[in-house]
Write a protein that binds this ligand. Structure first.
Ligand SMILES: NC(=O)c1ccc[n+]([C@@H]2O[C@H](COP(=O)([O-])OP(=O)(O)OC[C@H]3O[C@@H](n4cnc5c(N)ncnc54)[C@H](O)[C@@H]3O)[C@@H](O)[C@H]2O)c1
Length: 257
């Protein structure tokens, strides 16, 4: 598949999990991929013929430098994937203001800063493609429904969902499409941490909880990172040329019941 030949994509939080799988899938679809994380994902960049940089998504200055870097090294930007994120599982009564701010700083402010920083570059190249240029934000099923112990995470992912829609409307005139992806529990470090946290909270064994969490998804298992990566590639491509402000749920049916 070479749907994305000629395009430059940037994926944050790309060292592992969904960011890693998404970077690989975008590269397989023909894009030149710039990958960033707190430590530069150099090996991944080497593997996929991309470029790597260390970036903290909570830093405004780092976003400006990252845009300068991608413009200088790759000529511009066609696709931004705001993927970096943190998980928190704590009862609301135990959630500290620092917890709240740390999570919102990465999961919400990071998405805002990235979107704002990328708009000039995305607008510059939007005329090149039938479907314009694209931003894909990683929200979650937790951005659609609540879960005990996840209220802070729910807040961040709900914010990403509606921030996405506001941006979609505002940026349509510039031919920049903005969509969110809502995964169920996916088999990554974060997904496994969720299972462990649920197990600890309920005094269950980790394997027993893994079976329970798997069964919460009507398809009967955790998602694979590539399931989410494929959804991101679709939203980034001209196949989604008329899709903006949408929420693509990739959850094995979890939210459908
Ligand atoms: N795995 C799941 O079950 C699941 C489900 C729904 C949504 N999500 C969302 O998908 C995204 C990726 O999840 P994942 O499972 O790959 O998580 P993960 O924890 O495996 O990886 C997250 C990556 O983000 C990076 N990161 C964290 N803070 C950062 C910062 N300040 N600046 C730059 N990078 C930073 C980490 O270093 C890490 O490489 C997250 O936004 C997450 O909330 C995950």
């Amino acid at each position: 598949m070479s749907d994305l030949a000629g395009r430059v994509a940037l994926v944050t939080g790309a060292s592992r999990g969904l960011g890693l799988a998404t970077a690989r899938a975008l590269a397989a679809a023909g894009a030149k991929v710039a990958v960033t994380d707190l430590t530069a994902p150099e090996d991944l960049a080497h593997e996929i013929g991309g470029i790597a940089r260390a970036q903290d998504v909570t830093s405004e200055a780092d976003w400006a430098a990252t845009m300068d870097w991608v413009k200088a090294a790759a000529g511009g930007l066609d696709i931004l994937v705001n993927n970096a994120g943190l998980w928190l599982f704590k009862p609301i009564t135990e959630t500290t203001l620092d917890d709240w701010r740390r999570l919102h700083s990465v999961n919400v402010e990071g998405v805002f800063l990235g979107t704002r920083a990328a708009i000039p570059l995305l607008a510059e190249r939007a005329h090149l493609w039938r479907g314009g240029t694209a931003i894909v934000n990683l929200s979650s099923v937790a951005g659609l429904q609540g879960a005990a112990g996840a209220s802070c995470y729910n807040s961040t992912k709900g914010a990403v969902r509606l921030f996405t829609k506001g941006c979609a409307v505002e940026l349509a005139g510039a031919r920049i499409r903005v969509n969110s992806v809502h995964p169920g529990v996916i088999d990554t470090d974060m997904g496994r941490k969720l299972v462990d946290d649920f197990a600890a909270a309920q005094g269950a064994g980790n394997n027993e909880m893994l079976a329970q969490v798997s069964a919460m998804h009507p398809l009967g298992h955790l998602g694979e990172p590539r399931n989410v990566a494929d959804a991101v590639v679709f939203l980034a491509s001209d196949r989604a040329a008329f899709t903006t402000g949408s929420e693509l749920v990739v959850d094995g049916g979890l939210h459908a019941g």
